[in-house]
Design a protein around this ligand. Structure first.
Ligand code: AMP
Length: 398
């Protein structure tokens, strides 16, 4: 069965068509600037030429129509007609406490996703628009919602509650939810498979280090803690997000700079992280890495602070699980950044971690980067959130 995976943002839409039998991506692409002048679609069929077309897209329905046209195009398409697409899997950012697993989308599910809009005002409304656009154009094709938050719903109360009046949890459901769940689930399962150890008997720490970054503790097949919170701002230092700070900084900065709470949150979301720490050198880790090797003090500061925070969380999660068997690095930086992995692991001597630098400098598929005698295994595992969404979709509709 061919599964269309959709990741819909407010003005962009990423898609992949995945064959559930071979688990291969048949075609993928991206619609950008939806509803804005200069919209364009990029389309890459597997083994074919990538094409980029500037074409008007007034809304998401038009964008999805263009995606479907590209997939069924006589020359460059990959399916004869839409009946070959057996199901659509949608990435949904926030499922609140309602969804602890993926689900087939019906009216009730749509209403429940909408009820979470408050918790992810930038993402959930856009995800819903994507579902509606697909329903309009493929009314009989089953749709599945796969939530970024679902994998973390197994966290115990002591891990997800904040130390604020319980009343606010009861009234507004203010708590830690965690994100990147599809990736944390995919990578932790893959580690168990790779190491040939039952998932249910492994203590794994997954470091998802991309532009957004989060870390999770997965004990015996269940997530027991993760670093992102009510929103994706908490936890690790990221490309442009601050991660953990003293909440009192918000008022302090607002007073000093004459900013509103929204202004300060904008700084914490978009001007902080390695971008802010490097004194605006870059939010891109490739630039930070280059600068680090040249001895640029801004790059060195950003890199060291970033890695220290990751190492600190690893320590916390090793404590939370009373030990750790395997530490996995994934996502843009985790998969491609040997320097970050090496600097993080320098802090982990107490876990008996020793790194084989030759292995660490490799790229590509799942790789163990610790030495054979390292007490804790360390790996990098490329994440594949689209494949994970396609698997979940197939599981529910087959
Ligand atoms: P993601 O959000 O997972 O797509 O990751 C994006 C981040 O990965 C960006 O900050 C990139 O700089 C980083 N990245 C991609 N390739 C490399 C690389 N070869 N070395 C270091 N960082 C990289």
């Amino acid at each position: 069965m061919k599964i269309l995976v959709i990741n819909c943002g407010s003005s962009s839409l990423k898609f992949q068509l995945i064959d559930s039998d071979t688990e291969q991506c048949v075609a993928k692409g991206l619609c950008e600037r939806i509803g804005i002048e200069g919209s364009m679609i990029t389309y890459s069929p597997a083994g074919g030429e990538k094409e980029k077309t500037v074409t008007p897209m007034a809304n998401h329905t038009q964008a999805i129509q263009l995606v479907l046209n590209a997939l069924t195009n006589e020359k460059t398409g990959v399916v004869k007609d839409l009946s070959e697409i057996g199901a659509v899997g949608h990435r949904i950012v926030h499922g609140g406490e309602k969804f602890s697993t993926s689900t087939i989308i019906d009216d009730e599910v749509m209403a429940a996703i909408e009820a979470c809009n408050d918790l992810a005002p930038l993402h959930n409304p856009a995800n819903l628009i994507g579902i509606n656009a697909c329903k309009e154009l493929m009314p009989t094709t089953p749709m599945v919602a796969v939530f970024d938050t679902a994998f973390h719903q197994t966290m115990p109360e002591e891990a997800y509650l904040y130390g604020i009046p319980y009343e606010y949890y009861k009234k507004y459901k203010i708590r830690r939810y965690g994100f990147h769940g599809t990736s944390h689930a995919f990578v932790s399962k893959r580690a168990a498979e790779f190491l040939n150890v039952p998932y249910e008997s492994l203590k794994t720490i997954v470091c998802h280090l991309g532009n957004g970054a989060s870390i999770s503790a997965v004990k015996n097949g269940q997530c027991i803690d993760t670093s992102m919170g009510l929103t994706p701002l908490e936890g690790l230092i990221m490309g442009t997000r601050s991660g953990d700070i003293d909440p009192a900084v918000i008022e302090f900065l607002a007073n000093k700079e004459g900013m509103s709470v929204n202004d300060v949150l904008n700084v914490l979301n978009k001007k902080s992280g390695v971008l802010g720490l490097s004194d605006n050198l870059s939010s891109d880790f490739r630039d930070i890495e280059d600068g680090y090797f040249k001895g640029d003090e801004n790059a060195v500061r950003a890199m060291k602070t970033f890695c220290y925070r990751v190492a600190k969380y690893i320590g916390a999660y090793a404590a939370a699980m009373n030990g750790v068997d395997v530490i996995c690095f994934t996502a843009g930086v985790g998969e491609n950044g040997p320097l970050v992995r090496s600097l993080v692991c320098e802090h982990l001597g107490y876990l008996g971690v020793t790194i084989d630098e030759e292995q660490n400098n490799k790229r590509g598929d799942d790789t163990v980067i610790s030495t054979p005698d390292s007490r804790t295994k360390v790996m990098f595992i490329p994440t594949n959130e689209e494949l994970a969404i396609a698997r979940e979709t197939y599981r529910l509709v087959k």
